[in-house]
Design a protein around this ligand. Structure first.
Ligand code: ADP
Ligand code: 5GP
Length: 201
């Protein structure tokens, strides 16, 4: 069933919790979801592709985008800019496609203020120690950067009460199943099924 408007879904969680891993699995299982590829000034990690994981730009280009009002939201996170292109997501939502944002808590707060109909999901690890293990196992960041990300995680956890749903990424399949359930429930909302209701009027 074609929907008039797509659902905007915001997924936040500390760096290393497994957001990218869970999102990749979710996208392979679910149609009609577009992952918003953010802009960032951070350096690509090994295996990351420009235009796929992020659009990698320098600070001057990012600041131009801020000035031109091209971003729905942006934030500075551990010394780098990250932001969401407004146009790319608006076109999809207008076409009835769900749009998934993987953004940190300051950006999520901006989306909450600008897009009241969006759905907010926070993803946590089964324990703080496991978060540290995952950041080390990923093997992409220096000890200093990992320490910064763990410190940041403690601040981010304080924002959880502002989210609608809490997903625990213990096993990837379990986290994906929980997000699938949230998206399916959102699809079943009366306001999202107005088109089928016309024949019962
Ligand atoms: P994020 O996108 O949140 O920064 P990643 O998806 O890069 O996190 O995952 C961080 C590390 O944790 C990666 O090495 C990934 O393979 C691993 N990982 C992700 N989910 C799980 C899980 N449920 N159990 C164990 N390891 C996981
Ligand atoms: P990483 O460097 O680990 O890929 O991402 C660091 C943090 O930036 C993560 O919490 C991620 O959710 C967040 N992030 C990624 N893209 C965006 C974005 O477009 N806007 C905001 N505000 N945060 C983002």
């Amino acid at each position: 069933m074609k929907r008039e408007k797509g659902q905007l879904i915001v997924l936040s969680g500390p760096s290393g919790v497994g957001k990218s891993t869970v999102i990749a699995e979710l996208l392979s299982q679910r149609d009609n979801v577009y992952f918003s590829v953010s802009y960032t000034t951070r350096q690509p990690r090994v295996g990351e592709q420009d235009g796929v994981n992020y659009n990698f730009v320098d600070r001057a280009e990012f600041e131009r985008m801020i000035g031109a009002g091209e971003l729905l939201e942006y934030a500075e996170y551990v010394d780098n800019y990250y932001g969401t292109s407004l146009k790319a997501i608006q076109d999809r939502l207008d076409a009835g496609v769900d749009v998934l944002l993987d953004i940190e808590v300051q950006g999520a707060a901006k989306v909450r203020a600008r897009c009241p109909g969006a759905l907010f999901i926070f993803i946590i690890p089964p324990s703080f120690e496991e978060l540290s293990r995952r950041l080390h196992r990923r093997n992409t960041d220096s000890e200093d950067v990992i320490a910064g990300r763990l410190e940041k995680a403690r601040v981010e956890f304080k924002e959880i009460p502002n989210y609608d749903y809490l997903v625990i990424n213990d096993k990837v399949a379990g986290a994906v199943e929980e997000i699938e359930a949230i998206l399916t429930a959102a699809e079943c909302r009366v306001e999202n099924r107005k088109s089928i209701l016309t024949q019962f009027a």
